[in-house]
Design a protein around this ligand. Structure first.
Ligand SMILES: NC(=O)c1ccc[n+]([C@@H]2O[C@H](COP(=O)([O-])OP(=O)(O)OC[C@H]3O[C@@H](n4cnc5c(N)ncnc54)[C@H](OP(=O)(O)O)[C@@H]3O)[C@@H](O)[C@H]2O)c1
Length: 328
């Protein structure tokens, strides 16, 4: 049995059960491109892109703010260089609705057009509000998304970091305008199970909203390469649990991976998310990471192992990064 992909509500866009996050592509401050991680180059990114698409992870997530537009620019270069692979890709980007952007419709359309320009495409498959930080109400935000949709610039619309209550509210405002809410991108992983236990995933399922799971590897912590003696470099503010706590979760991932024919901890961690009905979008900096992550596709964890992982999972942290967004 393999876990199926999803169709974005209101569209015919099919996305696979596993995507790829591209925050690290072009980013200097968190992910060290050109700074602490000198191995991360446009060459290694191209290999990650090719390997992901070839393995069926064809859904890519970016944002206007990643590397101040560099992530979108790099993706634009990759799309233009290889039209055959480009034709298989589903593309998602995001608008940052900063509180002072009070003329939200104009700001969103301007930002979207700049994103399309960097990506070198006429439209994106999914356009998301990056977080619930706008001072404007959900009616104005829905109106802005509807304008982008009417102009043919986006196929589907989504949000990110929205609580269950906020998800219901924007869903209703979009519905009034004949639009479906396709996705809610949230931090969800074995280091942050809160969205499942707190009911957000159930709300998404009820509304036909696909949850996209960001930082699904706890920003690299669940891959097994970091430990108490070798903590992750850089800022990595999401799921910044003490490594002693992370090590216990990774030990369980290793045990279950070995019992499932030698799966890597990352593959088990991503498969657990897929089993919960969410689409993980792990970041990949090179071919090896992309291939390993794509190895989460094509198999399923058994019920006993799922239950063991549920017991090992952590509810999540109220970190600075989390407090910036309103999770629920
Ligand atoms: N909407 C939001 O507010 C929001 C917030 C955060 C992220 N996101 C999205 O979610 C995506 C993923 O989240 P994330 O990048 O924060 O965290 P993540 O996917 O949990 O971790 C990604 C990092 O882990 C390491 N890694 C990945 N696969 C690996 C493997 N197989 N083996 C060893 N190391 C591996 C790499 O960094 P190293 O090699 O340097 O360890 C990689 O950059 C982002 O790219 C972005 O698209 C969205």
């Amino acid at each position: 049995m393999t876990i199926q992909g999803h169709v974005l509500a209101g569209t015919e866009v099919a996305i696979p059960a596993l995507g790829v996050g591209t925050w690290a592509w072009g980013d200097r401050s968190t992910w060290g491109m050109g700074t602490y991680d000198t191995a991360l180059t446009e060459g290694t990114i191209r290999e990650a892109w090719d390997a992901s698409i070839d393995a069926g992870a064809t859904f890519f997530d970016t944002a206007e703010v990643y590397g101040e537009g560099e992530s979108e620019r790099i993706i634009g270069t990759l799309l233009a260089a290889d039209p055959q692979r480009a034709a298989r890709v589903q593309l998602a980007t995001k608008f940052m609705p900063l509180p002072w952007k009070l003329g939200v419709q104009g700001a969103l359309l301007d930002a979207l057009k700049a994103s399309l320009d960097r990506l070198g495409v006429a439209s994106v498959d999914l356009y998301q509000l990056h977080g619930p930080i706008s001072l404007r109400g959900h009616a104005a935000l829905a109106e802005a998304l509807a304008a982008a949709h009417q102009q043919g610039l986006v196929k589907a619309v989504g949000v990110s970091n929205y609580s269950a209550k906020e998800t219901r509210s924007i869903h209703a405002q979009l519905q009034k305008r004949g639009l479906a809410l396709a996705t809610n991108q949230i931090e969800f992983s074995l280091l942050r199970r809160g969205p499942e236990t707190g009911g957000l995933l159930a709300t998404c399922a009820e509304l036909g909203v696909v949850p996209l799971a960001y930082s699904p590897l706890g920003q690299g912590r669940l891959t097994g390469k970091y430990s108490v003696g070798n903590p992750p470099p850089g800022k990595r503010n999401f799921s910044a649990h003490p490594m002693e706590v992370v090590d216990a979760v990774v030990a369980e991932l290793r045990r279950i991976g070995e019992a499932n024919g030698g799966k890597a901890p990352s593959q088990v961690a991503l498969n657990w998310i897929m089993a919960k009905g969410a689409v993980p979008i792990p970041g990949a900096k090179n071919r090896a990471q992309a291939e390993e992550n794509a190895g989460a596709l094509g198999w399923e964890i058994g019920a006993d192992d799922l239950a063991a992982l549920d017991r090992a999972a952590l509810p999540g942290l109220r970190s600075l990064a989390n407090r910036f967004w309103q999770h629920g």
